[in-house]
Design a protein around this ligand. Structure first.
Ligand SMILES: [Cu+2]
Length: 242
């Protein structure tokens, strides 16, 4: 990376020049210049990123921002060191821009509650600047939908075996999961599972017979509605695949 190498060389040069300047001022003879004022660091006046709230272990939406000045003027290329008791800051150390702004992205640590981060500039008035954030705990992820779902087909209804919803019977199944409709106490009455939605699946034939079953594997996420070819919207159901 030639760019990076050049930039490090430049930084070292600036640091060497500063060191030489200090030494010269101290040991020099007659015409001493007044010591330069120390730099000052403070939270950026706008959008400092202080007091954000976010889930533990995740990056806060806004960067933390400080402004470094000297005698009231923005100081570019000041090295800001970022630290936190939990989590991480990116970058751990960075230079201020032309407006004197230094910024870092804060990924919160694993513990819920108040967390703090600091920005420091060596020798600067007001250093370190302290930021706070509130980390919220993350609940367990919702359980995945089941891989198999059973629906009872009766006279004259569809009913979810899982949650007892009926006309419509509403079920959720995992992608690649299988739904089984079983004819229960239907006697000689014919029924079917007829796909009716714009996202469709393969309908069953129209048939009678207790214990008859129809299976369909849903390989694509979506919402699938159905009714019965014989009884229409007198018996309905819906399958959500996700
Ligand atoms: Cu029917």
């Amino acid at each position: 990376m030639p760019d990076r190498a050049w930039s490090w060389a430049g930084l070292l040069g600036i640091m060497a020049a500063l060191a030489a300047g200090c030494g010269g001022g101290g040991s020099g003879g007659g015409d001493t210049q007044p010591d330069p004022s120390p730099p000052a660091i403070a939270k950026a006046p706008a959008e400092s990123g202080d007091a954000q709230t976010g889930p533990v272990g995740q990056s806060l939406p806004n960067e933390l921002r400080v402004v470094v000045t000297r005698d009231g003027a923005p100081q570019a290329n000041a090295t800001v060191t970022w630290s936190t008791t939990g989590g991480s800051l990116d970058p751990a150390s960075g230079a201020t821009d032309a407006a004197g702004i230094g910024a870092a992205s804060w990924t919160l640590g694993p513990d819920a509650g108040a967390q703090t981060a600091e920005a420091a500039v060596q020798g600067a008035t007001g250093s370190p600047v302290s930021f706070s954030a509130t980390a919220t705990s993350v609940g367990p992820p919702p359980p995945p939908p089941p891989a198999t779902v059973a629906v009872t087909l009766g006279n004259i209804f569809f009913q979810s075996n899982r949650n007892a919803t009926r006309n419509p019977a509403v079920d959720t199944v995992a992608v690649n999961g299988t739904v089984t409709w079983t004819w229960v106490n239907t006697g000689a009455t014919e029924h079917s599972v007829l796909s009716t939605g714009s996202t469709s699946f393969t309908s069953s034939t129209t048939r009678a017979g207790d214990g008859t079953a129809y299976h369909f594997q849903f390989t694509e996420a979506g919402t699938y509605t159905y009714n019965c070819a014989v009884h229409g919207n007198l018996m309905t159901g819906r399958i959500v695949v996700r």
